[in-house]
Ligand binder design. Structure first.
Ligand code: SDX
Length: 428
């Protein structure tokens, strides 16, 4: 179905002074209603104002559906619970970018492409030697991804051509190698190259933790939980970083620079940086021993601190990803015989908040970031790499949205404003 098929014959009537305008009502495939204001300024001279787009749909999309009231998340119509059971991040990445789960032949070809494009351009390796050892891996990642356009100059042709797979594979696979190299650089260990005989997630773990003096034992439980975490983080419709990707991409910037902008947006503590902030908060609480004090502090309007990993712009119930991660976290820690006191702290904090009217009345529940860091710790991933993990997982979602935006001949993003500054007669 085309976009115009979702425009109904119903209208919202807007009265401005003695003028009445009829604004078409659109109804999405899951029943979401919208008012099409595409001609509002032309017909009335007025614009709408909605800072941070809390009430504004920026686009039509066929990629991901979220029902924030029911706690539903589906990629291309498939519930995340089903995709977690499939258990393959690579198949989920293909689903997001192509719109269908791959058959075995398509999956084999895509996996082959990911392996083919898993190496970093050798000249890019030397970039790592120029970053200060304390550089945050997210800063390294956004810089290196942006630099890819210089090393793969034909990306503009590839990225706009039908064969999106090469651009996707290069981003999803090379960036995974980049992330592992950034980690090895930060601990002063030699970089470990990707191997053709390992699956996507096993390869990442091996590049992160293998070393010439201590071969890494790739445990199936670790590979399984990493696939699940990557699947759950792979897309989330028009979140801040995806909106950034669609906005920057709308200027027909090359795909790598566009994705680099998404990585920068994701690094914010209110967005993807929250998973690192959650662990820092849980550690502080565990050391202090008084979670109630932290809950009260998060409620205090005079105190800027928040309960990190709690609340969401869209979910007004438990984030379905958080429910799965909470369950899988317990199972994984038990399987690895790994005890993390922060899991008990997290559960105590959750119990306090979910029984506190401040959080209940504001529909504040754990989100995807509340438990994920505990699993990353159990995998041996350092806190400053947590948001990098989020970025690696979100790449297919960003690519899918970029492809959808470019493919629908979207105009360059350029919202209007209401000017309230000084006027020539100094009226304000
Ligand atoms: C992600 O958008 C996405 O889809 C993002 C994401 C994805 O997959 O891409 O899901 C990933 O970013 C998850 C969110 C990670 N961030 C955090 O965990 C940081 C802590 N959470 C908050 O900062 C906040 O909940 C946000 C940023 C997530 C959402 O904020 P909103 O929608 O702008 O809501 P708000 O700030 O207007 O809060 C509404 C009320 C306020 O109180 P009142 O002014 O009504 O009295 O709720 C309060 C807020 O003070 N509030 C919190 C709170 N979150 C909201 N109070 C204490 N602790 C919190 N965590």
């Amino acid at each position: 179905m085309d976009v115009k098929d979702f425009i109904t014959d119903k209208y919202a009537v807007l009265t401005i002074g003695d003028q009445q305008v009829k604004l078409p009502i659109v109804i999405g495939s899951e029943g979401e209603k919208g008012i099409d204001i595409s001609n509002l300024r032309r017909d009335t001279g007025c614009v709408t104002i909605d800072p941070s787009f809390v009430n504004t749909a920026a686009c039509y999309s066929r990629i991901t559906f979220i029902d924030g009231e029911q706690g539903i998340l589906r990629y291309r119509g498939i519930p995340i619970e089903e995709l977690v059971n499939v258990g393959s991040f690579v198949r989920t990445a293909y689903l997001l970018v192509h719109g269908v789960l791959p058959d075995d032949e398509q999956n084999r070809k895509f996996s082959k492409l990911l392996n083919r494009h898993s190496m970093l351009h050798e000249d890019m390796r030397h970039f790592f030697d120029r970053f200060p050892s304390g550089a945050h891996p997210m800063h390294i990642l956004s810089t290196m991804i942006n630099a890819m356009a210089a090393f793969y100059p034909n990306v503009d042709l590839l990225s706009l051509s039908e064969d999106i797979d090469i651009s996707s594979a290069r981003l999803i696979s090379t960036v995974r190698t980049m992330a592992a190299f950034a980690y090895k650089k930060s601990i002063g260990e030699p970089k470990v190259y990707p191997r053709q005989d390992l699956s996507f997630c096993a390869n990442f773990l091996n590049m992160m933790f293998d070393s010439p003096v201590a071969p890494y034992d790739i445990k199936p439980e670790a590979v399984k939980i990493l696939n699940i975490l990557f699947i759950l983080h792979a897309d989330h419709e028009q979140n801040c970083s995806t909106t950034t990707v669609r906005t920057v991409g709308s200027a027909q910037v090359n795909l790598y620079a566009t994705i680099s902008a998404g990585v920068s947006a994701l690094s914010g503590p209110l967005h993807g940086g929250a998973n690192q902030a959650v662990i820092e908060m849980l550690t502080e609480i565990a050391n202090d021993g008084n979670p109630k004090k932290f809950v009260e502090r998060a409620k205090d309007k005079n105190n800027p601190s928040r309960l990190m990993g709690f609340g969401h712009r869209v979910y007004k119930t438990y984030d379905p990803r958080a429910s799965i991660i909470r369950e899988e976290c317990r199972k994984f820690l038990d399987a690895m015989r790994y005890n993390d006191p922060l899991l008990d702290t997290a559960r105590e904090l959750e119990e306090l908040a979910l029984n506190d009217d401040y959080f209940i009345s504001r529909h504040l529940y754990p989100n995807v970031d509340f438990y994920s860091g505990i699993i990353y710790r159990a995998l041996g991933i350092p806190e400053n790499m947590f948001t990098v993990m989020f970025a690696l997982a979100r790449l297919p979602g960003w690519i899918a949205h970029w492809k959808e935006m470019i493919g629908s001949n979207t105009k360059i993003t350029r919202p209007r404003q209401i000017y309230i500054g000084k006027t020539p007669d100094n009226k304000q």
